[in-house]
Design a protein around this ligand. Structure first.
Ligand SMILES: Cc1cc2nc3c(=O)[nH]c(=O)nc-3n(C[C@H](O)[C@H](O)[C@H](O)COP(=O)(O)OP(=O)(O)OC[C@H]3O[C@@H](n4cnc5c(N)ncnc54)[C@H](O)[C@@H]3O)c2cc1C
Length: 544
C-alpha cells in the first residue's frame, strides 16, 4: 500500500466531479495540465516536424523525433497531455478518466515502463481478500450472487463458446493477432456483429452464460450488440492468449499507483528537456495543407505553422472535422465516415462501504454494465469503477441522480463522490477506445494507416497490435517518428548488401576503434558506431 499522491495540481477543464456538498463541477486537478500553455515566442519559419495531438501517439512521435535531433512543434487542442488517457489526483488518490490498465505483454508500453523506471509503480486493481468477496449477475430475473471463482467459470465457459469458431478457440482463424488477416478466412468472421454471433450460439448458452457474455462483450466494445464487430472481440481474445483469464489480466488488472498522467508526463518532460521541442496547448487545428515540399497547418485561431512533415494523431472519429488539402484518398474518407463505435461511459464512485472493495457485478441491460472495486482511497473509502455502453447511454453530468441510481441498482452503496469524463460527447475524441463495426477491420485498416503525401497518420485507432489500447498509441507514435527519421535524418541509408558485406570489414573497423588517439579518429569512430548499429538492426534473412 503506497502513500497518498500530491493533490495541489493545476486543473484541466476536462472531466467532472460531484460530491453531495459541492454538486457537479467541470474541470479536474491533474499532472497532465501543462503550464504555461506554450513555450513558443516566435515560431520557426519551417519546423522539421509538426505533431498534432498530445495523446500517447503524439507524445511518442514528438519525443522520438526530438531524440533524433529534429525541430518539433507539438500542437494540442486541449489544455493537457494524454488525450484519451489521463488521471486526476483527488485527495491524494488517482482516478483514471480514460485508459488505465497496462500489461507486460504490451511491448511498446513496457519498453517505456522500463525506460522511465516505473515497473515498481504498478498495482493490482482487484482485491478479493476482505469484504463481501463475491460477484453479482443482475438481470430481469433477479440477482445471482456467486464467488469470483464461479464468476470466472461462468464467463470462461460463455466466452469460449462465443469465440470457438474453428474448434481451436479462434487460434486457427486468428493465429497472429498483430496480423489478423494472416488467415483470409477472418474476413468471413469480420462480417458478423456481436448480435449475429450470439444468435449462432444461443442454443448452446445457459441464460446466465448469455447474460454474462453480453455484459462482458459490451464492456469490451462500449457499443451495441448490432454495431460491435465480432472480429475485434476475437482480436482481444487472441491478444489475451486465447483465454478468459488472459483477457482479464491484460485489460483490467495492472495500473499505475501515480495514475496514467504520471507516466505520460515522463514522455512530455523528456521531450521538453530539449531545446528542439516547442509546444502549444489550447490550439485546435482546423486545416492541413500539403504543399508538396512542406505542410501547413491552420489553427482555429487563424495561426499557421509549417513543417517538412506532419504527424497527425487526431482520432478516427474526429478526422472528419479537419479540412485536408489535397483531400484524403477515397478509402480513408470512407473509413473516417464510418468511424469507430465505442461510446461507452466510465464513471468512478467513492463510497463509504468498505465491504464492496472485493465486489464485482455485470448487469448487461443496465446503464452500468460492469463494475468492480478498484481501490481504497486514503480516507479509507472504496473506489468503484463502472462502465456503461452505448446500448443504454449514460451522461452523468446531465443527471447525477440517475447515475447514483445506476450504481445503487448494482448494489446498495453510499456514494460520496463521482468522477468522470464523458468521452462520447468529447469534441476531440468523439468516443472512447477504438472498436470497429463489422467488416471495418478487414476493409479499411491499410487505408487508415496509409500516409497522405507529407502527412503521416498515427493513432491507436489504427495500430496493428493492441489497437484501441495505450500500447497501440505508442506503437503508432514510434512508427511515425521512425518514418520521419528515415526521411529527414537518414535519407540515404546504406544499401542492405553493403551493410551485410560490412560485417566482413569488422577487423579493419576494429582497428579504427584502437586508433582512437590518432588524428581524425573521432569521425572514423562515429562512422564505425553508426555502421555497427545498422548491422545490429538488420532483420535476420527470411527462412527459405
Ligand atoms: C474510458 C477509456 C478507457 C480506456 N481503457 C484503457 C485501458 O485500460 N488500457 C489501455 O491500454 N487503453 C485504454 N483505453 C484506450 C487508450 O486510452 C487509447 O487507445 C489511447 O490513449 C489513444 O491514444 P492516441 O494518442 O492514439 O489518441 P488520443 O489519446 O485520442 O490522442 C489524440 C490527441 O489529439 C488531440 N486532438 C484531437 N483533435 C485535435 C485538433 N483538431 N487539433 C489539435 N489536437 C487535436 C486530442 O485532444 C488528443 O489529445 C481507454 C480509453 C478510454 C476512453
Amino acid at each position: 500500500m503506497r502513500g497518498p499522491l500530491p493533490s495541489d495540481l493545476p486543473k484541466s477543464r476536462d472531466g467532472y466531479h460531484w460530491t453531495p456538498h459541492d454538486g457537479v463541477s467541470q474541470g479536474l486537478p491533474t499532472l497532465a495540465a501543462i503550464r504555461p500553455e506554450t513555450n513558443v515566442n516566435s515560431p520557426r519559419q519551417v519546423y522539421d516536424v509538426i505533431v498534432v495531438g498530445a495523446g500517447y501517439a503524439g507524445l511518442t512521435a514528438a519525443r522520438n523525433a526530438v531524440r533524433e535531433g529534429l525541430n518539433v512543434l507539438l500542437l494540442e487542442a486541449r489544455d493537457r497531455i494524454g488525450g484519451r488517457t489521463w488521471s486526476s489526483n483527488i485527495n491524494g488518490y488517482a482516478f483514471e478518466l480514460g485508459g488505465t490498465w497496462v500489461h507486460w505483454t504490451q511491448p511498446h508500453t513496457f519498453r517505456e515502463v522500463y525506460h522511465y523506471n516505473m515497473k515498481d509503480e504498478l498495482e493490482i486493481s482487484q482485491n478479493y481478500t476482505t469484504g463481501v468477496n463475491h460477484f453479482q449477475l443482475i438481470t430481469s430475473d433477479g440477482v445471482k450472487t456467486m464467488s469470483h471463482l464461479a464468476e470466472d467459470k461462468l464467463l470462461e465457459s460463455a466466452v469460449k463458446k462465443f469465440v470457438d469458431i474453428d474448434g481451436n478457440l479462434g487460434r486457427t482463424v486468428m493465429p497472429f493477432p498483430h496480423t489478423p488477416a494472416y488467415n483470409p478466412d477472418v474476413a468471413k468472421w469480420d462480417k458478423l456483429s456481436m448480435a449475429d454471433r450470439i444468435e449462432q450460439i444461443k442454443d448452446d448458452l445457459t441464460p446466465a452464460e448469455k447474460a454474462a457474455l453480453e455484459g462482458f462483450v459490451l464492456l469490451c466494445s462500449g457499443g451495441t450488440p448490432e454495431n460491435t464487430g465480432f472480429y475485434d472481440i476475437l482480436r482481444w481474445w487472441a491478444l489475451g492468449f486465447y483465454t478468459y483469464q488472459g483477457v482479464i489480466d491484460t485489460c483490467v488488472t495492472f495500473k499505475f499507483h501515480c495514475g496514467q498522467s504520471g507516466f505520460a508526463k515522463r514522455f512530455f518532460d523528456e521531450a521538453a528537456g530539449s531545446k528542439k521541442f516547442s509546444y502549444i496547448f489550447n490550439c485546435p487545428i482546423t486545416a492541413i495543407k500539403d504543399n508538396g515540399k512542406t505542410v501547413q497547418v491552420t489553427a482555429q485561431s487563424g495561426r499557421q505553422f509549417t513543417a517538412s512533415r506532419l504527424v497527425c494523431t487526431i482520432p478516427l472519429n474526429v478526422l472528419s472535422t479537419i479540412a485536408f488539402d489535397p483531400p484524403l484518398p477515397k478509402a480513408k474518407q470512407e473509413a473516417v465516415k464510418i468511424g469507430q463505435i465505442n461510446l461507452c461511459s466510465k464513471v468512478h464512485a467513492e463510497i463509504r462501504d468498505r465491504d464492496l472493495r472485493s465486489w464485482s457485478a455485470i448487469a448487461p441491460y443496465d446503464k452500468l454494465v460492469y463494475a468492480f472495486g478498484d481501490g481504497t482511497t486514503p480516507a479509507g473509502n472504496t473506489h468503484i469503477v463502472a462502465f456503461g455502453a452505448d446500448l443504454n447511454p449514460l451522461h452523468p453530468e446531465d443527471d447525477i441522480e440517475t447515475t447514483k441510481g445506476a450504481f445503487n441498482h448494482l448494489a446498495p452503496m453510499d456514494v460520496q463522490r463521482l468522477v468522470f469524463h464523458n468521452w462520447a460527447r468529447d469534441e476531440y475524441s468523439q468516443g472512447a477506445w477504438c472498436m470497429f463495426a463489422p467488416s471495418v477491420g478487414t476493409t479499411f485498416l491499410d487505408a487508415l494507416r496509409a500516409r497522405h503525401g507529407n502527412i503521416l497518420f498515427a493513432n491507436s485507432d489504427w495500430a496493428t497490435g493492441w489497437r484501441g489500447f495505450i500500447d497501440g498509441a505508442i506503437e503508432e507514435g514510434a512508427r511515425a517518428a521512425q518514418m520521419v527519421q528515415q526521411e529527414l535524418v537518414d535519407p540515404h541509408p546504406t544499401p542492405r548488401t553493403q551493410i551485410v558485406g560490412s560485417k566482413l570489414m569488422f577487423p579493419s573497423i576494429i582497428l579504427y576503434e584502437h586508433s582512437l588517439l590518432a588524428p581524425g579518429y573521432s569521425r572514423s569512430y562515429l562512422c564505425y558506431m553508426k555502421l555497427r548499429s545498422k548491422v545490429q538492426l538488420q532483420a535476420p534473412d527470411p527462412k527459405p
